[in-house]
Design a protein around this ligand. Structure first.
Ligand SMILES: [Zn+2]
Length: 424
């Protein structure tokens, strides 16, 4: 089977390629050359032809919470967002802290998922932060990283040993940075709105303290620690200084932290409740600056589906998080490329492909001959409206309903097969 994607702008940062041309796929793999007869022709005039996008921070909720999302529905949402590979978080029920749960997720994904699903394992048993999960066995069974996301190891010695085990088996440690004592039961950014609404505050120092801890341990262990969903100006400043010294610390940004500020909680909208919370304008600007100067290298959604009945409760009782896979690319293109022009389009693609592939040591994120033909076609100028009722995700918890965005994926190809296409 031969497919020719014709006349698109091929942006392949790993191979330093940005040109109008044809991309040939033979039997599910990227092929060299353009002259051959093709069984299928895809006209990509006016479109970007990019390596399949990777999202390293997704909650698929299965096993255990199938009413929020399943591996199947989450993968469909990923495909509709332009993602060919997603990394799912281990805070399921049971927690993915054993090889058998990792094996179950992989097997389930092989049966029902339309995109590549890579499991991450827990750092600690039951993500309780008390004793280590079997990190080497998790890596051997296919976990591409370990993280206690949603929770955070408070015992620095335990975290140090986790980083040492992860180094031995060659996988990074991803960390949700939250100091439990500083944050307490905080639900919104500590600042003007926490005071005027009378809601418990979640101060930036609670994130920065753990970012600093991670910098020290990344340096001590000489291994990769990746800070998930960075939200504070101070975190960016600490990481910038550490990276300049060569410390193996990386960070990711989620779209909501640059699309919104804590102003969005003023009406007690539970779709503006996430962890870490929406921050101040100054933090938002610092994140964009960190993206622009290369301090923050990865873009991710923290796709966190919850059912409507779970979110329709008092603000401090509602669960944290929003769905993100289907709005992520549009928001980043709109907020980073079209409006303030913080970075250019090839860099956005690099932050969704080359950078996560490098961190996780994946054989994807590039359009190299012989690689699996995971490809995303993007219309960077397509204007569209966010309509949650049309989401492929099983959940609808988004603060972006009705937003007008510019730019989105229009076709997602996994191993040479179109798994989703925008209806026009
Ligand atoms: Zn988290």
């Amino acid at each position: 089977m031969t497919t020719r994607i014709r006349n698109g702008r091929i942006i392949d940062p790993a191979n330093d390629r940005d040109e109008i041309g044809d991309l040939l796929i033979v039997d599910g793999k990227i092929a060299d050359g353009i002259a051959r007869e093709a069984d299928e022709e895809i006209d990509a005039s006016g479109l970007i032809v990019a390596p399949g996008l990777i999202d390293i921070h997704v909650h698929l909720r299965e096993p255990g919470f199938g009413w929020k999302e399943t591996i199947e529905s989450g993968a469909r949402a990923a495909a509709a967002g332009g993602f060919t590979t997603i990394v799912c978080m281990p805070n399921t029920s049971p927690v993915a802290d054993s090889p058998s749960t990792i094996a179950w997720i992989k097997q389930r994904a092989a049966q029902v998922a339309s995109v590549n699903v890579l499991p991450s394992g827990a750092i600690s048993r039951n993500i309780a932060g008390e004793e280590l999960a079997p990190i080497a066995a998790l890596a051997q069974s296919g976990a591409v990283a370990v993280t206690d996301d949603g929770k955070c190891i408070q015992n620095h010695e335990l975290m140090r040993r986790a980083v040492e085990y992860a180094r031995m088996v060659g996988i990074p440690v991803l960390d949700h940075c939250q100091d439990y004592h500083l944050v307490g039961d905080g639900v919104v950014n500590e600042g003007r709105w926490s005071t005027s609404l009378g809601l418990p505050g979640w101060p930036c120092a609670g994130e920065e303290m753990i970012v600093m801890r991670n910098i020290l341990l990344a340096e001590l262990c000489d291994h990769d620690i990746h800070c998930q969903h960075v939200s504070c100006a101070g975190s960016v400043r600490l990481m910038r200084e550490a990276r300049a010294r060569g410390v193996k610390i990386t960070g990711e940004v989620c779209p909501h932290h640059i699309a919104l500020t804590d102003d969005a909680v003023r009406n007690f909208d539970t779709n503006a409740k996430m962890n870490p919370p929406l921050r101040s304008q100054q933090d938002r600007d610092a994140l964009i600056e960190g993206i622009a100067d290369g301090t923050l290298t990865i873009l991710a959604s923290d796709h966190a589906p919850h059912a409507t009945f779970e979110k329709e409760v008092e603000f401090d009782r509602a669960p944290f998080g929003i769905v993100g896979l289907e709005t992520e690319l549009g928001l980043f293109l709109d907020l980073l490329v079209h409006k303030p022009r913080a970075i250019d389009l090839p860099r956005v693609i690099e932050m969704f492909t080359v950078e996560p592939a490098k961190l996780l040591k994946l054989n994807s994120g590039a359009l190299s001959a012989g690689a699996p033909a995971d490809v995303t076609l993007i219309d960077p100028d397509l204007e569209w409206t966010v309509q949650p009722e049309r989401f492929h995700s099983a959940s609808r918890n988004t603060p972006f309903s009705g937003w007008q965005l510019k730019g989105r994926a229009v076709r997602t190809i996994v191993s040479g097969r179109t798994v989703w296409q925008l209806e026009r």
